[in-house]
Design a protein around this ligand. Sequence first.
Ligand code: HEM
Length: 127
Amino acid sequence: MIVSLEGLRLFHLGCATGSLMLFFWRGVRQWQGRPVFHRLGRRIVPDTIDTLLLLSGLAMALRLQQYPFAASWMTIKLILVAVYIVLGFVAFRMDGHMRWRRAAWLGALLVFAGILGIVMAHLTGDF
Ligand code: HEM
């Protein structure tokens, strides 16, 4: 194998951290009424990191043979990832009332915490 499983894990963790930091920063800016307008911070960097997060997750799932509908933690995680993506879309990409965008952003942060909770439960052997 070209990349070790530990390397993939670290990479995935780094992408998850970067994704959360960018998501948080963009939301704070939007909340303050000065959203990120630059294409690099608004689209290019977050989209690249999120794509790498999904791809590294997919690579690990294949390596570890942890498939949705077979491994329950993975099923729940993927459902939460889908909800996180939809809420992120509502928070930053959809035209809508600021109240809804803020609610979607807060909801997405809670869902992100849920994803981390599922991963922790899995890694500590509870799930
Ligand atoms: C918002 C999206 C995601 C977040 C925040 C996230 C977060 C994490 C974190 C923090 C870990 C633990 C890394 C470590 O070992 O220290 C992890 C592990 C893992 N993730 Fe993700 N992940 C996401 C998306 C995905 C996706 C889409 C997949 C699969 C398609 C996936 C599959 C995996 C697998 C297989 C592991 C390794 C579990 C093990 O070691 O047994 N992740 N994830």
